[in-house]
Design a protein around this ligand. Structure first.
Ligand SMILES: *[C@@H]1O[C@H](CO)[C@@H](O)[C@H](O)[C@H]1NC(C)=O
Ligand SMILES: *[C@@H]1O[C@H](CO)[C@@H](O)[C@H](O)[C@H]1NC(C)=O
Length: 366
């Protein structure tokens, strides 16, 4: 394989050049100081103890949460337990997560959910797309949400050679989506080398039963992906490049690069407020602590909000920062009507009420 040879050569060169190490330390944000910035009305969500890697909220306030991710060297507090999808109704007075039952025939034991995305069809059918890593492979599972009995009916398992290391997806139809591949390699050592050398071999792939195609490439490590409320723009987070890439989505589904917004943090998941179009980001202010977990010196959490991303001067607000004493390794932040949910890769989840100063366009704070 051509790329393997390139990798070997680059590896030898890199061994000679300590510069790579400096660059790596920068990419992984090894040394940023954290100034804690908490919100007044937050509490840890009961029943979430093994991560809430991804959160997606329906326009009616039903929040879907993936929990129990086990992923390539990242910490897990329940390595033997399979993952779950939780549901939380944010319209309730004291919302609590319940586990969604999954229809028979689906292999629950190996369920290892990662990024998720909801899609509401014209007939109001709700589809849930879940990136799954049974063993260390990647599949995308398509479910139909049955609200009457809070269950997920498994419709199909999608596998494809262009979808081998998927992190996150955003659905654009009842059986089509864009997905991010966060690494080129699957194998652990090669992945580590890929990250260390700073290769930019990860991409965004479009999938439909008729066509599967790379739509953008050349990223260090693409992670969260999402779409603007009008469906015209796709936002992609490059974790190791500390940036958000904005693409124009054309009618023929190709993506053309529009702009790149540089931020001083590792961006994981992207969530879009369906009403304001604001972008909410779950970020890792210190990537090194995330990959070499030490409970005595845990990774922190950071939530950013971006307003008017398409304008010349988007407003970036640091909404929440924790040093890891309350919540570790935030990977997602999603809002609904004055509620903010902050999820983490392997730790707990936080439910906050936003006041008017931090929740533009969301005055009905409960
Ligand atoms: C993470 O990304 C997925 C796919 O774009 C999206 O469905 C989900 O809402 C995001 N979650 C958060 C909380 O950012
Ligand atoms: C898709 O549409 C865009 C914008 O109209 C155009 O520039 C591009 O060439 C098209 N690509 C393909 C593959 O049709």
């Amino acid at each position: 394989m051509g790329k393997l040879l390139v990798l070997a050569l680059v590896g030898i060169l890199a061994a000679l050049l300590g510069e790579r190490l400096v660059a790596f330390r920068h990419r992984i944000a090894a040394s940023r100081e954290l100034k804690v910035k908490r919100l007044p009305n937050c509490h840890l969500i009961k029943g979430i103890e093994t991560g809430a890697e991804d959160i997606d909220i329906l326009p009616n306030g039903l929040a879907f949460i993936s929990t129990g991710l086990k992923y390539h060297g990242l910490q897990s507090f329940a390595p033997d337990k399979s993952g779950k999808i939780l549901l939380m109704d944010l319209n309730e007075e004291n919302p609590r997560p319940i586990e969604l039952r999954i229809s028979r025939g689906f292999d629950l034991a190996s369920f290892n959910p990662h990024g998720i995305s909801l899609y509401i069809d014209k007939d109001d059918t709700i589809y849930l797309f879940v990136v799954n890593h049974p063993q260390i492979k990647t599949t995308v599972e398509l479910f139909k949400f049955v609200e009457d009995d809070n269950s997920l009916m498994h419709l199909k398992t999608i596998k494809h050679e262009l979808l081998e290391s998927v992190n996150d997806i955003v659905a654009v139809g009842p059986d089509s989506f864009y997905a991010t591949n966060d690494n080129y390699f699957i194998e652990e050592t090669l992945r580590t080398l890929e990250t260390f050398l700073g290769l930019t071999w990860t991409n965004v792939v479009y999938y439909s039963p008729k066509e599967v195609k790379e739509m953008a490439g050349g990223f260090y490590s693409v992670n969260g992906i999402n779409i603007s409320p009008d469906g015209k723009y796709i936002y992609v987070a490059d974790l190791m490049h500390h940036s958000i890439h904005v693409f124009k989505k054309h009618a023929n589904l190709t993506l053309s690069p529009l702009k790149v917004l540089q931020l001083d943090t590792l961006i994981d998941n992207i969530s879009v407020d369906p009403y304001t179009g604001d972008i909410w980001l779950g970020c890792h202010p210190n990537g090194m602590k995330l990959i070499s977990y030490d409970p005595e010196n845990p990774p922190g959490s950071e939530v950013l909000r971006i307003q008017d991303i398409l304008s010349e001067k988007p407003t970036v607000t640091q909404v929440y920062v924790d040093d890891g004493s309350l919540i570790q390794g935030s990977s997602s932040a999603a809002v609904y009507n004055g509620h903010l949910l902050i999820g983490t890769v392997f730790h707990r989840a936080l439910h906050c009420s936003l006041d008017s100063s931090s929740g533009k366009g969301q005055s009905n704070v409960s």
